[in-house]
Every structure is written in C-alpha cells, then in structure tokens.
Design a protein around this ligand. Sequence first.
Ligand SMILES: Cc1cc2nc3c(=O)[nH]c(=O)nc-3n(C[C@H](O)[C@H](O)[C@H](O)COP(=O)(O)OP(=O)(O)OC[C@H]3O[C@@H](n4cnc5c(N)ncnc54)[C@H](O)[C@@H]3O)c2cc1C
Length: 431
Amino acid sequence: MSAPERTRVAVVGGGPAGMVLGLLLARGGIDVVVLEKHADFLRDFRGDTVHASTLTLLDELGLATAFGRLPARLLDRAEIRLDAGTARLTNLGASIPGRHRGIALVPQWDFLEMLARAAEEEPCFTLVRSAEAVGLAHDGARVAGVRWREYVPGAGASPGGAQREVRTLAADLVVACDGRGSAVRDAAGLVARRFGGAMDVWWFRLPRREGDPAGGIGRLSSGSFLIRIDRGDYWQCGYVIPKGADAELRAEGIEAFREHVARLAPEIADRLSEGPRSMDDVKLLDVRIERLPRWHLDGLLCLGDAAHPMSPVGGVGINLAIQDAVAAARIVGGRMRRQAGPVPESVLAAVQRRRWWPTALLQGFQRMAYALVVRRALGRKDLPRREPRGMPLPLRLLTRFPALQRFPAYFVAIGPRPEHAPEWARRPEPL
Ligand SMILES: Cc1cc2nc3c(=O)[nH]c(=O)nc-3n(C[C@H](O)[C@H](O)[C@H](O)COP(=O)(O)OP(=O)(O)OC[C@H]3O[C@@H](n4cnc5c(N)ncnc54)[C@H](O)[C@@H]3O)c2cc1C
C-alpha cells in the first residue's frame, strides 16, 4: 500500500472531523495525510444529520452545489408522543436565522465521500484508506508521528493480523479524529472523564409507508422510549434501553421485541415483520458522554468524539466534531502557514480553550434531556417503576408557547459558537 512517510499534519480518522480538517488544511497549502481505517465510508447508522451551521460552512467552502446533489431530506419538525398527550414542535425551522432553516438528513457515507472528492482536488491532500493507526512515534517527549498498518476486517486478533507490517508516518502534528474508541487517545495515555446519561440504544430500520407523518417522532410510555427519524422510504428507529440491560433483553428474542414496539407504537405494528429479522439486525449503541480534561500533548491534538464522545441525544455530535475541525484548521493552520516545523503546544491549547465550553454546554444539555425526559421514561432498574404523571415541564412549555421552540431549535441546528472557514480555505461555487 503506497503512502507518504512524512507529512506536516497526520490526521487519524476520516469521519466528519477528520475529513473537514484535512480539506481545510490542504486548501491552506499545508501537506496533510488522513489515515482512515476502513476501505470506504459505508457504516452502520452513525447519524446522518447535517446542521444549519454546517450547511453555512459548505456555502463558505463552495460546496453547496455538490451537497445539493446528495439525497437529502429536511428535518424541521418533531413530535413527542406521551400517554399524557403529544408535544408537537412544528415551529423549529421557522425560528432558525439565516439561509438554512433546519437540519438536512443525508447518508453519512455520501457526505464524507463528497468531502473526500473536494479534498482530493488539492495537491497537498492524501487520503489513505484501509489504514489503521496502532500507536504513536515519539521524538523525545514530543509526539512526532503515527504508527499504522493496513486494516483487514476481522484479522485484528489473528496471527496474520499480527504480521501485517507496521509503518510510521512522521508528522509535525498528529490529530486524533478517530472517534469515541480512539486508539490514538489511548496510545497517548489521555483518559476521559465519564458523565451521566446511563442508557443504551438499539438501532434498527422499518419501512416507511405513504401517508406516514414526516420529521422525527419520539414515543414515550412508562418504561419505554422509541424514536423514529424519517429517512424517505424507511424509518431509522432507536429503542432506548437501560444501561447494561442489552444481554438480558436481547435474550427475550425478536418476537418479544416486536411486541414491545407494537405496544408502544401500534401505528407501525403492521410492518414489524418487514423490519429486523432477528436480534442480530438490532444494533447496540453503548451510549457514553465523556470529555478529556486535556485535549493535547506536545505534537498531538484530539478533536471530535476522540476528545469528547457524545450521546446521540439531540443529534449534535457530527456538527460539534465539524466545528472543532474548523476551529483547529483556523488556529493551527493559520500558525502552520506562517511558520515551518512543529506547532507549539500553546497553540493546541488555544483550540481546546475555544471549543471546550460549547462542548461542555452541549454535553450538559444532553445530560439534562436525559434526566428530564429519558430517565423518567425508563425508570431505574433498582427501583419500582413509576408511571409518568404527565408531560415533562419543558415539553409542556414548548407546546404551550411555540415561540420558545426557537431556543432548542437554534441550540441544536446552529449550536453554541458556530465556527466559520478561514478566508484561505474558502472557494466560490463552481459555475
Ligand atoms: C448510532 C449512532 C447514531 C448517532 N446519531 C447522530 C446523529 O443523528 N447526529 C449527530 O450529529 N451525531 C450522531 N451520532 C454521533 C456522531 O456519529 C459522532 O459524534 C460524530 O460522528 C463524531 O465525528 P468524529 O469525526 O469525531 O468521529 P467518527 O465519526 O467516529 O469518525 C471516526 C473515524 O475514524 C476511523 N477510525 C477509527 N479508528 C481508527 C484507527 N485506529 N485508525 C484510523 N482510522 C480510525 C473510523 O473508521 C471513522 O471513520 C451518532 C452516533 C452513533 C454511534
């Protein structure tokens, strides 16, 4: 597998954070290599939301036309159905300022492929697919590169896996964008703080029929919580379960699962037999909310989920990872364009300072939404379940005073401290 042996910036992970960072730095004339573990961007569901602030970023990068060619749906309304009534949030899109008034749902692989194509137009950019980072290289105390090998799915623990040649990509700066299970973060010995939000989610798909409502729908009843996201011809569904209950509930089998879902949402019971065939088709997401106290070492910076794994609540992780990448490109890229050689750690610390409070605020929002809505529905395993008494106060207020919907809408679709592309990375739309 051919790959450079030296670069200025080695980005580990070609997810939303890594691809945006790679694109921006390359447009600034900085040599960058992105090492992506997989051969393509096709994954199980990882969240497909492209938020209003990311859409504005795409305008700045001259990628709105390319993005417009992708199969997108606009999410601008949501419904939360409880035994006590339904909270309809139909005022979400209208209250978002600017040109983009909602969240676009786009298959993540299409979105990442579009970014890869744009980046590959830049002579300074290299994407190495099937490249798995396995450790770091050091020059004294400074991180001076990444150790990586070809990734062969399923070969990790086999004898053949151990024989695959490990190579070193030397770099002035290594950026860990390798997600919530970051191997680079672990190799660096950086340990994240774990916060509450104790739930897990089962993900699965169901067909969507003509006449089904549009948007996102949450259904809460005592002990159960189901969310559905309109993806055109199918519903992406998430069934929330108490943390650690996966094995016990899974053992009940597919029929018991179908019965739970049918009781919770009888309107979709007619298509459950066309959904998951066995519990193997129901994927577990181990939900975590974590944050590194320190996102950097000399020669190393962590961004996106590698620095702060997000819960799927509010669907804000992709946008946050992209905003981290834009801030890092502006701060670190600005410095690298002016000066050759390694980047002082104080510059990396400036990226953390800029992105720390938006991250802490969004994670606080995820923990609050969990405490006020999800935990109430799930009950605690060690306590007898209480029937919810009515609609949680935040939902009651949002329904009674629709003007209040602008606050969560702005918070989710734009996010705290939206970042903008540096001038040197902007391009006009192609004619
Ligand atoms: C089931 C699920 C649903 C979600 N839903 C939403 C949603 O609707 N909206 C939303 O905004 N967020 C959602 N999230 C969260 C969101 O996916 C993450 O917050 C976001 O993708 C983080 O982006 P990232 O670039 O930091 O990391 P990731 O997207 O995790 O990308 C990491 C990349 O690094 C690669 N990689 C991993 N290890 C290595 C290695 N050793 N070497 C090289 N490459 C490596 C991976 O293959 C991957 O491409 C969801 C998450 C999950 C799991």
